[in-house]
Design a protein around this ligand. Sequence first.
Ligand code: HEC
Length: 184
Amino acid sequence: MNGRTVIAAVALATLAGAAQGLRVVAVADEPVEVEVTAETFGCIRDMTPVRHFYVDNLAGDLEATLAVANSPTGGKYPPGSVVQLIPTEVMVKHGEGWNAATRDWEFFELEVSRDGSRIVNRGFADVVNRFGGNCFACHVRARPEWDLICEKDHGCDPVPVSAEQILELQRTDPRCGTAPAEQQ
Ligand code: HEC
């Protein structure tokens, strides 16, 4: 399947980069291309937890993503960063210059099932969630040092979902345990 080939290729590139002590993303002056398809997304709990949300990095630089996510003073998430709070809403950071208005973040609204993920909507300033809320309009209100990441106290309007409901959505992600192909 095409998506698996892409994932395998990324995995190989990551391994090759690691073997040479190189960071895949860190090629000076070259814009980072972050390719995202429905197969990019899997069980939310396979990502790395940070407080009550999850992160990953599609370009093999999870450490750089974690450094910003864990910084008490914020910072700029590196290209390839993936951030999720609930299974159906994702932010992915593209290379520098992709979209200045959204600080290179792309927003995704997914439909998830035991069969995997389907991208219902993706884009920059015009993506709307199932409640009619515009992702960017909310997230842009995070204070500048937080790079459009809202959490609880970065300046965004709150989501109408309780902490318990968020935990439950994470715990019941239908993709978990049903997509072993992604681990290759
Ligand atoms: C009503 C405003 C609002 C809308 C609309 C909204 N969000 Fe959020 N989002 C938030 C808030 C507030 C949080 C933090 C909630 C928490 O930590 O409890 C959040 C959390 C997140 C997170 C986890 C990282 C973070 O910023 O804390 C992601 C990823 C995310 N939202 C993506 C999306 C996407 C994608 C959409 C559209 C499909 C969307 N959001 C729509 C307000 C919003």
